[in-house]
Ligand binder design. Sequence first.
Ligand code: C2E
Length: 914
Amino acid sequence: MPLSHAAANSRRRAGFLELKFTTRIALVFGALGLLALLVSMAYAYRTAEQSLQQEIDSALQQRHRAVENLIEIRLGLLDVYLQSAAANRIFTSVVDTQEEESPLDVLVEDMAFMFQDSALGANLDVFFIVDNENELVFDAGLPLYDIEPLFAAMRAPFIYSNRWSVVSTDNLTVLIKSVPLFDPATIQLRGYMFIGLAVGQNRAFLSEIADRADLDILKLGYEGQVLLRHAGVNFVSELDRQPQMGEVDISNNVYLLREAMSLPGGINNIWTEVGISADRFPSLTESYQQTFFLLSGGFIVLLLIAAWLIHLSHAQNVGRLMKYIQDIQSGTRGAVYVHGGIKEYNQVGSAMQEMVQDLNVAATVFESTEGMIVTDQNRIILRANEAFSEITGYSTEEAIGQPLDLIKSDRHETTFFSDIDAALDANDSWQGEVWNRRKNGDDYLQWTSITAVRTDDDDTVINYVVTLIDATQRKAAEMKITQLAFYDQLTGLPNRQLLMDRLDQAIAASVRHRKSGAILYIDLDDFKTLNDTRGHDVGDLLLKQVANRLLNCVRKSDTVARIGGDEFIILLEDLDIDLDIASQQVEVLAETILETLPAPYYIGGIEQFSTLSIGITLFQGEQDTFDELLKQADLAMYQAKAAGRNTRRFFNPSMQARVLEHAEVANDIRKGMHNHEFVLYFQPQMGQSRQLIGAEALLRWNHPTRGLVAPGGFISVAEETGLILPLGQWVLESACAVLAQWAQSPKTAELSLAINISARQLVQVDFVDQVISALHHSGANAQRLKLELTESMLLNDVEDTIQKMHQLRVHGVTFSLDDFGTGYSSLSYLRQLPLDQLKIDQSFVQDLAEQANHTTIAQTIVTLAKGLDISVIAEGVETEAQCIALTNYGCEAYQGYLFGRPMPLEELVAMAAQ
Ligand SMILES: Nc1nc2c(ncn2[C@@H]2O[C@@H]3COP(=O)(O)O[C@H]4[C@@H](O)[C@H](n5cnc6c(=O)[nH]c(N)nc65)O[C@@H]4COP(=O)(O)O[C@H]3[C@H]2O)c(=O)[nH]1
């Protein structure tokens, strides 16, 4: 991908400053090394200078002390000589002899002899004896030294000192010491013996000391005067120098130190000047070099080690970073930066990882199903994604570097593009449909969104991001949204929202075209029961099949919508302007629906039956709103339900009143139950020889204002409100009580009593318990109790019904199938049902003589019952002819006005007594 200008500039600027890290380290450490070298040079020079000075000082001091020691040793030796000579017996005797006035020559000879024979003689500079009158009696010193001036200097008064002291004359400077000589017998002082070292004249001694102290120059001085000098042949010229006392003179290639000596006897005015040739010390350069090399070498080695260690750890960490970067470049998913021991690198690695994650997200977004292009400010393509290639046919390699006009078609005016530019300038974005051109030359419509990307600082455009959505895809997405918003997801039919829209249009169209329209409100009968008993999945499948059947009944231009659970609406348009004719047109459709829809449904291999009720309302023009029309159709539908279901009703204004009445009735029923207004009537049932065999208990409502109300006036309301449950329970218990009462009398003991059971009662899980408990409490004979079920109630959950019937039959309870022939009875389940009786519906009985068709049905039912080995009873028998016909078919029991209307209990009992 081409670099952005900013990145290129930044790289250019970095240019010559960009160095490898190792080179940088080498340079930095090189500079540091150089600095260290200079510092260590200066330091080394200074240190070398100081240490050389110290070395010289210490050597000179040492030599000075050596000279001092050597003189002390010589003085100590002389002291020993003096003491030993003074203690010498011979010498003493000589003194004694002298006392006895022995000749002096004898003494001298003796002394001379003694000194000649001993090493003492060779070391004596000055040795003499004086008598107690200070007259020199013996001089055994070196003949070199004339002691007369010395002796003279010592008189006035004569110095006798047993400590070393200095006596200096013009020709002789001597360190001298004396001991008194006593007569051992009388202990009288006889004289003094003196011994001395001619420090100012004994050149041999000075040379010896200089040699032994390893000196090139040695001077001895007394107070301000130089006594003796000694210098090696090369240093004679240095003798004239006069260094300060106590200081080292370091010029002229000789180092000199003049220092006072500290000799025994407290002598401190004798001094030495010691000198050592500079050649005997390492030169300053030599010692400087040594220090310098040690220092700078060590420092540079340390620097090199440090540089190497830094290089190593840097190389390791850079290696980690490089590996991470290479992983990313090679497209390794989930590449992870491994943290090392350097915090800064870890920070860089972590920051990169976060950045890569962000970029991955961005890349994922970029590689979306929408075509995307990024251009520079001149609209040159910098990046394009796969979707772009798929849409346009240009590969990304072909597109990159090309102007955006690559995909431009000729379909737009130039003003179209200038408008886009203006929008981008003003809002930074533009959206709309654009005709673009594929690589193969085809033009295609595309939903295009362009966004300008500006710099943060000077707000100039640096990129354009162009998103291309294939308009067809967008249309599909829109359609999906529409589908979700306006269509029922289960059946795919329009939902309430879309219906509303279509109805508005239909109303408007009816005005425009002077036509009528109609709404059919369709509600499945007993759908709730199906849902409760077979589950929602089955319910959903039924609804889908119902939707398909409804669609098959209508024209393409009509709308079938689902607006609720089991509620469908059909919107018909283009009906005749004459409402009567329009009603006929709708009636035709309603008939078709009522004929088609109740046919069995097959769900999961099981037959399912479902009827429906239809409420119809017609409209013309805009006098009615959607809600009102829907309400009207709804009311009509309720009327259809009230009319026995599986039928249709048209809306008329009286319907509204009927609905209100419906609510009132429900309230009334509650009150009626509370006030014991319900009673049972009994309609006789006759055997083949027309004897009373039993009765059917039928509910009546002794209404305080409406008088005696038949079930038709309240049963449907009780069913819909659930009030049928307590009402049915009451009927069951009352019937059982009647049976128990009948059992008391032989006239009635054999009579059976049939009661109607509602579907709602039957589906109760404890229905069997309720019946058994009613029998138990009343003490009624179960065999006399007959439960009348209708066909439709059996259909919902046949298995459950059969099970309950079996459980009750075990106790003797019998079952009769009411209204037989009106529903969609199937032989397959009829065989499974543990029935005792089929009841031929009164509609077949009433028309018995007139319609051949019905004759066949009644006859078929009797034959069927015989085939199933169950009894048959016909209801609604009003005429003798009907009864005879039924008898001829083989029917063995009858119920109808011919034998008696439903009557109070007492009347039936009276009838039985006859
Ligand atoms: N035209 C004519 N009609 C005759 C004749 N013989 C009997 N009927 C009428 O036919 C209906 C027979 O009852 P159903 O089929 O069980 O039909 C019953 C039954 O389905 C329901 N019903 C009545 N009592 C109860 C009850 O206690 N519980 C339940 N769940 N439903 C009941 O109300 C329906 C109507 O009952 P009713 O009005 O009493 O109407 C009764 C009866 O009066 C005749 O010869 N000609």
